[in-house]
Design a protein around this ligand. Structure first.
Ligand code: PEP
Length: 259
């Protein structure tokens, strides 16, 4: 069965009530029937989830949180639970983003706990993996990515894993304007599917959507999405401009279908 392309827009710590509402309004107005061919999810900052949910209205675009707690509830100042995300209308959550791994010190074990909490609560999840520039230059990209996959999925049952999209996000490409070459992305995505085959089986690895993230833009999306193993993207900077984000969604819808 063909994998349905997926494009996520990670707004990170950007927008405010006015610009967030305007961005969603532009996405809804410009989306047309694009969401029939590609699954589109926006990940606004927590305080705007409800606002964005209301602005999305009946649109086919889905809503996600950028992070969640590995605990269900309790005395954890500043944390946001899976139930709170669901209660705010989110169906998706990002887990393991490199900015959280590197800047907030999230280790593989915490990423695994968060992923399990998300899936057990009924959320779908984008699991982010990727290597640093040093690891790439040392020739250990595949090993690093595979280890991240194995660790994150240690306790994830195959039935739960069907609600996971894997995002290959080389850290050297995030927010840098340096994009992975289509061949780099194809190699990394193949390594991810090999790791999924070892963890589960080849059928599940084949069915899993693996998307690329790192300086995606309208000008480079088409070539990346033409690679057989690249099923769409996770978009940071370009997701803040509706025409750019929609252009990337369109490249995923048509590029993935055409190959
Ligand atoms: C990201 O942080 O997930 C990302 C891909 O960012 P950017 O597109 O800005 O590189």
């Amino acid at each position: 069965m063909a994998r349905r392309p997926f494009v996520g827009g990670n707004w990170k710590m950007n927008t405010d009530r006015t610009s967030g509402a305007a961005l969603v309004a532009a996405l809804v107005a410009g989306c047309g029937d694009l969401a029939e061919g590609v699954e589109i999810v926006v990940f606004p900052p927590f305080p705007y989830l409800d606002l964005v949910r209301r602005s999305l209205g009946e649109s086919e675009i889905s809503l996600g949180g950028q992070d969640l707690s590995n605990d269900a509830n309790g005395a954890l100042t500043g944390e946001v639970s899976a139930e709170m995300l669901l209660d705010s209308g989110a169906q998706w959550v990002l887990v393991g983003h490199s900015e959280r791994r590197q800047r907030m010190g999230e280790c593989d074990a915490l990423v695994a706990d968060k992923l399990l909490m998300a899936l057990e609560s009924g959320l779908s999840s984008v699991l982010c993996v990727g290597e640093t520039l040093e690891q790439r230059e040392a020739g250990s990209s595949s090993r690093v990515i595979s280890a991240q996959i194995v660790s994150a999925l240690d306790h994830v049952h195959p039935a739960q894993f069907q609600r996971v999209v894997v995002a290959y996000e080389p850290i050297w490409a995030i927010g840098t304007g340096v994009v992975a070459s289509p061949q780099d992305a194809a190699d990394a995505h193949a390594a991810i599917r090999d790791a999924l085959t070892s963890r589960y089986d080849s059928a599940l690895a084949r069915e899993t959507r693996v998307v690329y993230g790192g300086s995606l833009a309208p000008g480079n999306a088409k070539a990346l999405f033409a690679q057989p193993g690249v099923d769409g993207g996770l978009v940071g900077g370009a997701s803040l401009k509706a025409p750019d984000f929609l252009s990337i969604c369109s490249a995923a819808a048509f590029g993935v279908a055409a190959r």
